[in-house]
Design a protein around this ligand. Structure first.
Ligand code: SDX
Length: 435
């Protein structure tokens, strides 16, 4: 643990003479943490924090979020500056290595990634096992998990070179896997990666091109795709990253861990929210229906959520949402799309919600998913692909956090405890004595 302990907390357990002194550790920025590792030994009790809202599960140097101030830093660099000046592969280098690359380092890194964009020809057969209407996330879970069957040469997680090559393979192959999932849905032939293209451009080529004719990727869309990937690259210890870390703590191979992260991201409360936002906007249909919809959201019994709003950490505007909202306007304008009814509806919904006491009191603001679906739809992606694109972007964050965990000397297998409220011990009853 590189955090320092300058202070401590001493707690005593009522009705006993037991006490525990817990070191309070400081990081470089952000809240201090109480190191509770000795609390069970001292007091014989566990701590209780369902959803881990107040629990630091690890030490990390990768991403920092200040939820109250709406700040997001990748290795200390503000997301706004990376969005404006960087590229996705440069951000991948930063997240994996901790520093921005020199031009020579970036060129070498880019070549390293591009050399792994193709999939083993046998992997094409996996797609044939799915129904044509299989959700792309189902395909991603299956195909990524199966990758470990093809790379027996690099599954020793304690070998730094194996960790590096696995990270390169995963970052490089995710766009191909996702694009082929879409092609499989449409019945069109798979398009092979063209390594003369940039990372986002290559993905858009594989997604849109057909063998029958030349296809040139629109540079506006390539830049927008690269920006969206930067914004989704990492986000501290979110549910899917925590899933990857917990899976990795058992020694599972990186391909299996990333497949677990994909499965976790799929949920509508997490990465599946961008798809759910588009469905919500379609259900609302028109600005005049917004008040009725928001009344339904406020009725707890309806279980209706304002999708794309709220966040476990951000209690202010998600900085990524601001950047994507601006990109929406830029992309639609550059594509000559005069106004997008979905975007207009979303802007009006945001304006009304941000002035509604229910949402203001609960500090519910738009998150990254509120606008991402709108720009992805404008770029021609089907809603079923939205979360798959999130998974492509987040793979670098997952694999960087996974590697950091493996290299952390304090890391042990993740094994949370519980408070048990079930039946105490009782004797087995023969069937005739039950009921
Ligand atoms: C992502 O963790 C990450 O970093 C995730 C992510 C990443 O990059 O990895 O940022 C990506 O997952 C963004 C979030 C996408 N999900 C959605 O947009 C789905 C809609 N949002 C909610 O489901 C919800 O806001 C969560 C799941 C995101 C957060 O859930 P919490 O932490 O339980 O919410 P909370 O404690 O802040 O809720 C406070 C109150 C509660 O009501 P009360 O009990 O106080 O009356 O606000 C309510 C909640 O019921 N609430 C909502 C709401 N979100 C919270 N009410 C209506 N609509 C919502 N969207």
């Amino acid at each position: 643990m590189s955090g320092s302990a300058k202070r401590s907390i001493t707690i005593t357990l009522d009705g006993t003479n037991k006490s525990s002194t817990l070191p309070v550790l400081s990081g470089s920025i952000g809240p201090e943490v109480a190191d509770i590792r000795r609390i069970y030994a001292d007091l014989g009790i566990f701590t209780y924090d369902p959803g881990y809202g107040a629990t630091a599960a690890c030490e990390s140097k990768i991403t920092y979020i200040d939820g109250d101030a709406g700040v997001l830093l990748y290795r200390g660099y503000p997301i706004e500056q990376l969005a404006e000046h960087s590229s996705f592969l440069e951000v991948c280098y930063l997240l994996m290595n901790g520093e921005l690359p020199t031009p020579a380092q970036l060129r070498e890194y880019e070549m390293g990634i591009l050399r792994h964009t193709m999939l083993h020809e046998q992997i094409r057969q996996f797609y044939n096992g799915f129904r044509r209407d299989a959700h792309p996330m189902a395909v991603m879970c299956g195909v990524v998990g199966a990758l470990s069957a093809f790379y027996h040469d690099s599954l020793d997680i304690n070998n730094p070179e194996h960790r590096r090559i696995s990270a390169f393979r995963l970052i490089a192959k995710m766009p191909t896997i996702a694009a082929w999932a879409h092609k499989y849905n449409t019945g069109q032939p798979f398009m092979y990666p063209q390594n003369r293209l940039g990372y986002a451009e290559n993905f858009l080529y594989m997604f849109n091109a057909v063998p029958a004719e030349e296809y040139k990727v629109n540079p506006i869309l390539a830049r927008a795709m690269d920006l969206i990937m930067i914004l989704h690259a990492d986000h501290e210890q979110n549910a899917s990253t925590s899933t990857v870390r917990l899976s990795g703590s058992t020694g599972a191979n990186p391909f299996a861990c990333i497949a677990a992260g994909i499965a976790s991201l799929w949920g509508p409360a997490h990465g599946g929210a961008n798809e759910a936002v588009l469905k919500m906007l379609a259900d609302i249909g028109h600005v005049r229906n917004i008040p009725e919809f928001l009344s339904e959201v406020k009725d707890k019994g309806s279980h209706t959520k304002l999708m794309g709003f709220g966040h476990r950490v951000y209690k202010n505007y998600d900085p990524r949402a601001k950047i994507i909202q601006k990109a929406c306007h830029d992309v639609l304008g550059e594509l000559g799309i005069k106004g997008d009814p979905l975007l207009d509806l979303a802007l009006e919904l945001e304006k009304i919600a941000l002035n509604d006491k229910y949402f203001v009191d609960r500090k519910l603001y738009p998150n990254v998913d509120f606008y991402s679906g709108i720009i992805l739809k404008a770029m021609g992606f089907p809603t079923s692909m939205f979360t798959a694109l999130f998974a492509v972007s987040r793979t670098v964050g997952w694999i960087s956090q996974w590697a950091e965990m493996i290299e952390d000397p304090e890391q042990r297998i993740g094994r949370p405890r519980q408070i048990y409220t079930g039946p105490t011990q009782r004797e087995y009853l023969p069937p005739g004595q039950r009921g």
